[in-house]
Design a protein around this ligand. Structure first.
Ligand code: SF4
Length: 298
């Protein structure tokens, strides 16, 4: 009983306070929701908004994307970060086109089997596109539930089966309402129960928050520092990809060599892009590569 009223409180708050995001519009289809969930996993909303619109303008359904090359998907991904997501979305579109008549399936197991669709994305699509009852657990929801229900300052380092069970216990029985509660928990975690300074003064569940009731105890584990970007292989990969995205044909090694001074790190970054399937060397008959292209550029 307590758990259901917890969801009711969150839903009521969500009805009045949800951000006006285009992928939440009632007429948005499953493909558009899937694309938004993939983009939002590691990229802030403000950067996803224009990219999501541009992506769907160009590829409004899976067959449209599948008909284009992986290189174009990587190019459109531009600077959203973690570009393997673009490649995986392209693979996903190909599977949807070949096996599902270009549609996004409704079953959780079918969703989980799609390329690039993990536990979180599959449940998010099932809930938000099809109104099903599944615990949708991202980092924000884990933190929100850890604080409000478990009284912990923070959640553990990775989503565990226990997180799914804990969140499922909070969902109303009726599927559409459970999906609404999932959206409300995500929003609360994203904009109210934020990592560093939770806004308890405006939180609708503050009166029943276990962490607050316990006097806001400090985290028990080591504090996690924000990930550094400058100087990392990720930055070098981004610089190399930026050159390749701009090019219409193979890019010679010399043009890539000037993007980063550290020879060893640059080679490592390029090798990892090739290993990830984002970049292809252009070579004939086992000779050293004469250049590089985005994957599937031809
Ligand atoms: S009261 Fe504060 S800590 Fe508790 S759920 Fe709300 S924002 Fe998070």
């Amino acid at each position: 009983m307590r758990d259901v009223s917890f969801a009711d409180t969150a839903i009521e708050w969500f009805d009045d306070n949800a951000r006006d995001l285009p992928w939440r519009e009632p007429d948005v289809g499953a493909w558009a929701i899937l694309v938004s969930e993939v983009m939002l996993q590691q990229t802030p909303v403000v950067r996803v908004l224009p990219a999501w619109r541009a992506w769907l303008d160009r590829w409004p359904d899976p067959p449209a994307l599948a008909a284009d090359s992986p290189a174009e998907a990587i190019r459109m991904w531009n600077r959203l970060g973690y570009p393997r997501r673009a490649l995986r979305l392209h693979e996903c579109a190909t599977v949807l086109t070949e096996r599902y008549d270009g549609k996004v399936p409704t079953g959780l197991d079918e969703l989980l089997a799609l390329p690039g669709v993990g536990s979180y994305t599959a449940r998010a699509v099932a809930a938000f596109a099809y109104g099903q009852r599944h615990p949708v657990v991202d980092t924000n929801v884990r933190r929100f539930v850890a604080r409000a229900v478990d009284g912990a300052a923070d959640a553990g380092p990775a989503t565990r089966p226990a997180d799914l069970v804990a969140t499922a216990a909070l969902l109303p029985a009726e599927p559409a309402r459970a999906a609404r509660a999932s959206a409300a928990f995500m929003e609360l975690g994203a904009v109210v129960c934020v990592a560093r300074t939770p806004r308890c003064g405006v939180c609708p569940v503050a009166g029943r928050c276990a962490w607050r009731a316990a006097g806001r105890p400090a985290p028990s584990g080591p504090s996690r520092r924000p990930q550094r970007y400058a100087g990392t292989d990720r930055q070098v990969r981004g610089l190399l990809l930026a050159v390749l995205r701009e090019a219409t044909g193979p890019v010679p090694q010399q043009r890539l060599d000037v993007v980063w001074g550290d020879d060893l790190q640059r080679r490592r970054a390029l090798a990892s892009l090739i290993e990830d399937g984002l970049v292809e060397p252009v070579a004939r008959d086992g000779a050293p590569p004469t250049g590089y292209t985005l994957a599937g550029q031809g």
